[in-house]
Design a protein around this ligand. Structure first.
Ligand code: DHB
Length: 381
């Protein structure tokens, strides 16, 4: 995304990717794009398949106490919505577009290391990245490094200890997710708070459902045969309005951990952290991809200002500007998670309070609006 944004401004970049192209193009990840993400992809000229295959949703459902309440995004946010389109499809579109525009993307890069990216005072050196590609050791010299290499990447740990402050929180549950060959049982997503724990009905296409249940973080997927997963889904998504869950063959399943994590600042010298390299949100609300897009949009603009006008102000302000959004999105993801999940140490008071919150959020227009405007995505600027 960043490489294409930079290219559109005439700025050269090289993308180093440790995985194979096929791997990143097939790996099942998120699937909900905020309005701003969709608009940006469209402006960048990579919105064609997204427009054809994406499913536009103008609302979501919250289910609790076997009742269903809809939040009407379009009405509450002046016509905005989200689009269901898989992250790996976005990746395919971006890679294809970048290759067609002559971009350099090296896949299956090994042993990447970065150095000389700290601010050098009077004798500033140029950052360097050493790596192996197709068995050949190489070194790249550059103006800036964008650390878009995820939570487990090499960039964040390359920053000297003591330069970063970490803020984090773990959750006493995880998500067990499946992809099923079954038409989605509802046109829009259902987030369910049930006595047995959280469940989510989502989708990837008119033929493929994506479903999740809250589980123990130590759970072994081997202990979850398909029948057990469907049984839990039926129990947690049950409602009194005649709605039925459609089953189908499970084509993929896995467990996702949940954490909230932020490092500050998101910049060290000429190294700029973006996306999961700098922050992780729990999945509730589907913000991870969208937050990464917002980061690189800020970075691309700052770099454009630097190369066009020699103005480094945007680069200086990168971290603070991103973090303002990061923390709002952290708050939203934490809030959605807290409101919808069953906590192992919760008591009857906590559960009543959760239900009251869901009742308030879904019945007051102010409550609905706070969920809707965060869900469709806060404004970029
Ligand atoms: C999906 C994931 C989410 O975290 C979410 O809040 C909604 C949908 C999904 O994978 O479809």
């Amino acid at each position: 995304m960043l490489s294409l944004l930079l290219h559109l401004q005439g700025i050269e970049s090289v993308v180093l990717e440790s995985h194979a192209r096929a791997y990143v193009e097939e790996r099942v990840r998120a699937g909900v794009l905020e309005q701003g993400t969709v608009d940006l992809l469209t402006e960048m000229g990579v919105g064609e398949r997204l427009k054809k295959q994406g499913l536009v949703h103008h609302g979501v459902h919250l289910r609790f106490g076997r009742q269903t309440r809809r939040i009407d995004f379009a009405d509450l946010t002046g016509g905005k919505g989200v689009t269901i389109y898989s992250q790996h499809e976005v990746i395919k579109d971006l890679i294809a577009a970048r290759i067609v525009t002559g971009g350099k993307i090296l896949f299956e890069v090994e042993d990447a290391r970065i150095r000389d990216f700290e601010d050098g005072g009077m004798v500033s050196k140029r950052p360097r990245i050493s790596f192996k590609h197709q068995g050949v050791a190489q070194e790249l010299e550059c103006d800036f490094i964008a650390g878009c290499d995820g939570y487990h990447g090499i960039c964040r740990p390359s920053i000297p200890e003591g330069a970063l402050t970490i803020f984090e929180r773990t959750y006493p549950f995880a998500w067990l997710g499946i992809l099923a060959e079954a038409p989605p049982s509802m046109e829009e997503l259902i987030y369910a708070n049930s006595e047995r724990g959280f469940a989510l009905l989502s989708m990837r296409s008119p033929q493929i459902s994506r479903l999740y249940v809250q589980c123990d973080p130590e759970e072994d997927i081997a202990n979850w045969p398909d029948e057990k997963i469907w049984k839990e889904l039926h129990a947690r998504l049950a409602s009194d309005d005649g709605w039925k869950l459609t089953e189908g063959p499970v084509i993929q399943k896995g467990i996702t951990g949940m954490r909230s994590f932020v490092v500050e600042p998101m910049r060290y010298g000429k190294l700029f952290l973006a996306g999961d390299a700098a922050h992780i949100v729990p999945p509730t609300g589907a913000k991870g991809l969208n937050l990464a897009v917002a980061d690189v949009r800020v970075l691309a603009r700052a770099l454009e200002e630097f190369y066009r006008r020699g103005n480094a102000k945007g680069l200086e302000e990168y971290s603070a500007k991103c973090l303002r959004r990061v923390w709002k999105v952290q708050r939203f993801s934490w809030w959605m998670t807290s409101m919808l999940h069953k906590f192992p140490d919760e008591n009857a008071f906590d559960h009543r309070r959760q239900v009251a919150e869901l009742d308030y959020i879904t019945s007051s227009r102010a409550g609905q609006t706070t969920l809707a405007e965060n869900y469709v995505g806060l404004p970029f600027d």
